[in-house]
Design a protein around this ligand. Structure first.
Ligand code: NAD
Length: 429
């Protein structure tokens, strides 16, 4: 039997330990029903698949893919697919749990899942990545589905990856059923059934959270400086919206290196440079390279981690200069670092709130596919802003009322919604 003392997973240091400690802390605060705690602290389903793919050389490589479905009490499982060497069962469990809290907090009719493939995509050609993706989709089979489990892009996956998944999934269905499966993935290219605005939804949501925070603190964003870790989908769009608001990006880091320029690094030219430079910011001339180990200590007003988990730890938390950390990434700040930051009076907009624009945008895409509708960019952005604003103010008001930090408040709201669902529905049989 699983009890609070005996955890369902052997916790090694990492994202899983983090999310479990965050969950425990919030669950203690609300006095979560112990039976429901047992359900929520473990995942529903865990799928590990090994599948062969023919490489360009003619040789066969066997890959390992994961899909962890944490909870579906509120609706179909929802969450991204990540292609990265750090993907393993514990990473997928942790990220799936964060998805459950995120969708619950956002008030969406979804549960939480996550998965991916353990690989370094830079080592494969586009044709190989297509075959890897298609064979992975085939291996997942009917464990995903438009009303069961709906993947989306995450680190190193993109609209093209989603289009391959959709095409493979649809191709395995009878002809009459094919077009009823358009919503098996979200984050698709527009031509393949994607939604206007999904590309920028996560980054725009990060920006909106910063804007709402700044309005509340009477802290004008014009003239403020920010550092950004991760110049991919989330980071690029967040930086673009912040720059348009008058803030300047003084530091940026990606998987290849770090850049600094106290006068500001222009976002669009850097984006164009990286696109032409195999998605790397390294070598960009309008900024100077800096030691990646010292990145989070750079002088700035705002800090946006938008890459991987466990980047802000006890090792670098004391050096951070920013007044705010806006978590574009999932799990970028570990529990020990958070204690240090809160003690220092640094605000943190937690991942499950800060980057929830992505899954809200995905929900809009899913609804359009399901209902045969096509919304304009303005409609999508307006609806997104409305939802983000509600979420932000709900979390802030709850934190103030309960005298807790923003992450604990966000978790408490998310967990309470799930608790209520289980209490009303009961446990079968
Ligand atoms: P992406 O693949 O588009 O970009 C990732 C960026 O991070 C790249 O610039 C890459 O070079 C950089 N990076 C990778 N490893 C790094 C390292 N060790 N140090 C510094 N930089 C590194 O991915 P993304 O979709 O932008 O996702 C980024 C984060 O946001 C992830 O944590 C993801 O889970 C989270 N997130 C993404 C979405 C979404 O809609 N894409 C939604 C919610 C949350």
């Amino acid at each position: 039997m699983i009890t609070k003392e005996k955890k369902p997973y052997a916790l090694k240091q990492g994202m899983l330990e983090n999310v479990m400690r965050q969950f425990d802390h919030a669950a203690d605060h609300i006095g979560l029903n112990p039976n429901i705690r047992k359900i929520l602290e473990i995942t529903n389903n865990e799928l590990v698949v090994h599948f062969p793919v023919k490489m360009d050389s003619g040789q066969v490589e066997v890959f390992t893919g994961y899909r962890v479905q944490h909870n579906n009490a509120l609706g179909p499982y929802k969450g991204g697919l990540r292609y990265h060497p750090t993907v393993d069962i514990d990473a997928a469990r942790a990220l799936a749990m964060w998805m459950t809290w995120k969708t619950s907090l956002a008030g969406l009719p979804y549960g939480g899942a996550k998965g991916g493939i353990q690989l370094d995509p830079t080592k494969y050609s586009d044709a190989e990545l297509e075959r890897i993706t298609r064979r992975f989709t085939y291996a997942l089979g009917d464990n995903i589905g438009p009303e069961l489990d709906i993947p989306a892009p995450d680190v190193n996956t993109n609209p093209q990856t989603m289009a391959w998944i959709l095409d493979t999934y649809m191709s395995t269905k009878a002809p009459a059923e094919r077009s009823t499966n358009l919503h098996v993935v979200t984050g698709k290219p527009i031509g393949a059934g994607g939604s206007q605005g999904r590309d920028r939804a996560t980054g725009y949501g990060v920006f909106l959270n910063i804007k709402f925070w700044a309005e509340q603190k009477k802290y004008p964003l014009r003239g403020k400086s920010f550092i950004l870790q991760g110049f991919g989908n989330v980071g690029y769009w967040a930086a673009r919206f912040l720059e348009a608001e008058g803030a300047r990006m003084v530091g940026v880091q990606d998987a290849y290196g770090s850049l600094y320029n106290p006068l500001g690094i222009p976002v669009e030219p850097l984006f164009e440079y990286a696109k032409a430079n195999r998605n790397s910011i390294l070598g960009y001339q309008e900024a100077q390279p800096v030691d990646s180990g010292a990145f989070f200590a750079l002088d700035c007003d705002l800090c946006i981690p938008a890459a991987l988990g466990n980047q802000i730890t006890a090792r670098n938390a004391a050096d951070i200069k920013a007044a705010l950390i806006a978590e574009g990434a999932n799990g970028p700040t570990d529990v020990e670092a958070e204690k240090i930051l809160l003690h220092r009076g640094i605000d943190i907009i937690p991942d499950i709130l800060c980057n929830s624009g992505g899954v809200i945008g995905s929900y809009f895409e899913w609804l359009q596919n399901r209902n045969g509708e096509i919304w304009t960019l303005d409609e999508v952005m307006e609806k997104l802003e409305k939802k983000m604003k509600e979420s932000f103010h709900r979390v802030v008001a709850f934190a103030t009322e309960k005298q807790v930090d923003l992450r604990t408040a966000a978790f408490m709201i998310a967990i309470q919604r799930l608790e209520q669902t289980y209490l009303q529905r009961g446990i079968f049989p």
